[in-house]
Design a binder for this molecule. Structure first.
Ligand SMILES: *[C@@H]1O[C@H](CO)[C@@H](O)[C@H](O)[C@H]1NC(C)=O
Ligand SMILES: *[C@@H]1O[C@H](CO)[C@@H](O)[C@H](O)[C@H]1NC(C)=O
Ligand SMILES: [Cu+2]
Length: 184
């Protein structure tokens, strides 16, 4: 009699093991670590027919875009080559257990001093969409900023029809100070 009952327990065990496996790995591990290097330098930039020296990231104004997928880890090495103290804030990123990567000078970190560097290290969890990064010390955010794009996880669709093309548009405020003062 026992012999006839034998097939039953093993199949139950198989169902149980699959259940455990599914709960531990609800989906394949697709998240990766993405590396970026931000060299903060002085750069001559021409906009609106005027050239001026600006603090930039990698000589670009607006700064370089960061692109990641939800679940990815970002390792962004910021090297300060200018005379100002620098920190970079990842605007809108929920720093879950990585508060020291938030980039708010004198709140979560001492600023990166001339000739020094700092690696911002955080994972993007439960967020997607387009955010931005910017300097978070003094008024350096007026030239130090750029887009931070978080795509859905691989295999996860957008919550709207897939766009034909995506173009980040970033608004800034560029003032020719001499003119502004004359107007006053
Ligand atoms: C740069 O940061 C250091 C450390 O916080 C501080 O001692 C120094 O005064 C700062 N320099 C400037 C120019 O703000
Ligand atoms: C980034 O942070 C994670 C989690 O704290 C840690 O395991 C990892 O070693 C860090 N990587 C670097 C390059 O600092
Ligand atoms: Cu911000």
């Amino acid at each position: 009699m026992g012999v006839y009952l034998l097939p039953s327990p093993p199949s139950l065990a198989v169902v149980f093991i699959s259940f455990v496996t599914l709960s531990v790995h609800p989906e394949p591990e697709l998240a990766i670590t993405r590396h970026y290097k931000f060299d903060v330098t002085l750069q001559d930039v021409t906009r609106l027919c005027k050239t001026r020296s600006m603090v930039t990231v990698n000589g670009k104004f607006p700064g370089p875009r960061i692109v990641a997928r939800e679940g990815d880890r970002l390792l962004i090495k910021v090297v300060n080559h200018v005379q100002n103290n620098i920190s970079i804030h990842w605007h809108g990123i929920r720093q879950l257990r990585s508060g020291w990567a938030d980039g708010t000078a004198y709140i979560t970190q001492c600023p990166i001093q001339t000739g020094q560097s700092y690696v911002y290290n955080y994972t993007i969890l439960g967020q997607r969409g387009t955010l931005w990064w910017h300097a978070h010390i003094s008024w350096l955010r007026s030239t130090l900023y750029g887009p931070l794009i978080i795509l859905p996880k691989l295999g996860t669709p957008y919550p709207f029809p897939k766009p034909h093309r995506e173009v980040p548009i970033i608004f800034g405020n560029l003032i020719h100070y001499k003119k502004a003062i004359k107007l006053l």
